[in-house]
Design a protein around this ligand. Structure first.
Ligand code: FES
Length: 78
C-alpha cells in the first residue's frame, strides 16, 4: 500500500483530515467518492514519480481540505 511504501522510503505523509486512518482507506474505501484519504506528499521527488491523477481524482481533490500542490488521494496511489 501507499503507507507501506512511504514507510520503506522514509517519506512523510501528512494526513490533513481527521478521517485519515493509518492502515485503512477513507470513507468510500477507494471508490473516489470522498476526499477523506487526502494526503500531502512531502517529498516532491516521490510525488513526481507517481502516475498523474485522473480527472476523477482531481475532482475529488478539489473538495479536499487544505489542498496543496502535492496533494493526492491516498487510495489512488498504488
Ligand atoms: Fe474515498 Fe479515497 S477513500 S476517495
Amino acid at each position: 500500500s501507499l503507507l507501506e511504501a512511504a514507510h520503506e522510503n522514509d517519506i512523510e505523509l501528512e494526513g490533513k483530515h481527521a478521517d485519515w486512518n493509518v492502515g485503512g482507506w477513507g470513507a468510500c474505501e477507494g471508490s473516489l467518492a470522498c476526499s477523506t484519504c487526502h494526503v500531502i506528499v512531502m517529498d516532491m521527488d516521490y510525488y513526481n514519480k507517481l502516475e498523474d491523477p485522473t480527472d476523477e481524482e482531481n475532482d475529488m481533490l478539489d473538495l479536499a481540505f487544505g489542498l496543496t500542490e502535492s496533494s493526492r488521494l491516498g487510495c489512488q496511489i498504488v
